[in-house]
Design a protein around this ligand. Structure first.
Ligand SMILES: [Zn+2]
Length: 70
């Protein structure tokens, strides 16, 4: 899992969506973070314990996770 220093937020911590992206599938619209969270382009999330977080679209805050890969 996370080998970054400082450690990224764990999947159940506030701000878990700010962890590093380890797998990015832009064409499929999702990325996996080092804490196991899967982030979808519509801001939905799938947590490692299989809980789903519905899309909540904050004002563009997630765009950076997808903006750098073309
Ligand atoms: Zn990490």
């Amino acid at each position: 899992m996370c080998e970054h220093q400082p450690r990224c937020p764990s999947a159940d911590a506030p701000g878990h969506a700010t962890a590093h992206v380890v797998v990015r599938h832009v064409s499929q619209g999702w990325s996996r973070l080092c804490n196991g969270v899967v982030l979808f382009e519509d801001t939905g999330e799938l947590l490692p314990d299989r809980r789903a977080v519905q899309p909540h679209r904050p004002s563009g805050a997630r765009r950076t996770a997808f903006a750098t890969a073309a």
